[in-house]
Write a protein that binds this ligand. Structure first.
Ligand SMILES: CC(C)(COP(=O)(O)OP(=O)(O)OC[C@H]1O[C@@H](n2cnc3c(N)ncnc32)[C@H](O)[C@@H]1OP(=O)(O)O)[C@@H](O)C(=O)NCCC(=O)NCCS
Length: 222
């Protein structure tokens, strides 16, 4: 521990005393001001302060849960899965993600997914859901349509697969379509509405894929 002289203690003591005096004076002035308010104004002040404090807490909880998803996410591979004893990192990530989904309004989705670990380019629009934001990469100007679902995980029997999904620039992911793990969609490709892009599929640049399972509907490429 550094050598503490009486002079240092005096300095710290005077700073603490000044802070306490300022706090005391501030509190007195505030209470004095509140005492002069009418009952209606007091009620308004009380309700707005409560709303403000609650919103701050919710925002803080949202940011902390996003950071929780990021901390426990990013893992790829195949794992044995049992609902009763899921892998611990998965359990943690999903727990945080549930809270994020409850707290985050649609308008904040892109921002929230980015804090969770998704890499989302400029001008990209996310109107769908990223089930594993920590495993998703979306390029500039890509549009993810309403209720589209991008999955970085699949549970199949007693196995849990986790793999990244990469979507390039200026792509369109149709409304209500589902993209499975390991899929790579190159720049400018379009996935039709209500389509299913199955796991590890590679969609070349500029092509149009649709259907269940999705296929290239312009060239008939299988
Ligand atoms: C896939 C899509 C781009 C194709 O549009 P298009 O190039 O004009 O093609 P067409 O409408 O001429 O259809 C070509 C063929 O694909 C089929 N098809 C089109 N969309 C399909 C879809 N979503 N699922 C399955 N088949 C589809 C058509 O039935 C047609 O089949 P046919 O040749 O046997 O008759 C368009 O239908 C689509 O789904 N767009 C998604 C838009 C979207 O959801 N945006 C985000 C939300 S706003």
């Amino acid at each position: 521990m550094a050598h503490q002289t009486p002079r240092t203690f005096f300095k710290i003591g005077s700073i603490l005393l000044s802070a306490a005096a300022l706090f005391g004076a501030g509190t007195y002035l505030l209470l004095d001001w509140i005492a002069r308010l009418s009952f209606a104004a007091f009620l308004l002040l009380l309700v707005s302060s409560l709303l403000f404090i609650t919103s701050c807490y919710l925002l803080l909880a949202l940011v902390l849960c996003c950071r929780g998803v990021r901390k426990w996410g990013g893992v790829e591979g195949a794992f044995s899965f049992e609902v009763a004893k899921e892998p611990a990192f998965w359990d943690q990530k999903m727990g945080y993600l549930r809270v994020v989904e409850i707290l985050a309004p649609l308008e904040l989705r892109k921002w929230v997914y980015s804090i969770c670990g998704a890499r989302i380019g400029d001008r990209a629009v996310i109107a769908g859901k990223l089930a594993d934001p920590d495993l998703v990469e979306i390029g500039d100007g890509t549009f993810v349509g309403e209720d589209a679902l991008i999955l970085g995980h699949l549970v199949e029997g007693d196995a849990l697969y986790l793999e990244k999904v990469k979507i390039g620039k200026n792509c369109t992911i149709g409304a209500r379509s589902t993209i499975m793990p390991g899929v790579e969609i190159d720049d400018g490709a379009i996935v039709g509405a209500c389509s299913l892009v199955t796991k590890n599929e590679k969609i070349p640049a500029g092509t149009v894929w649709a259907g269940i399972p999705a296929r290239d509907i312009k060239t008939g490429f299988l």
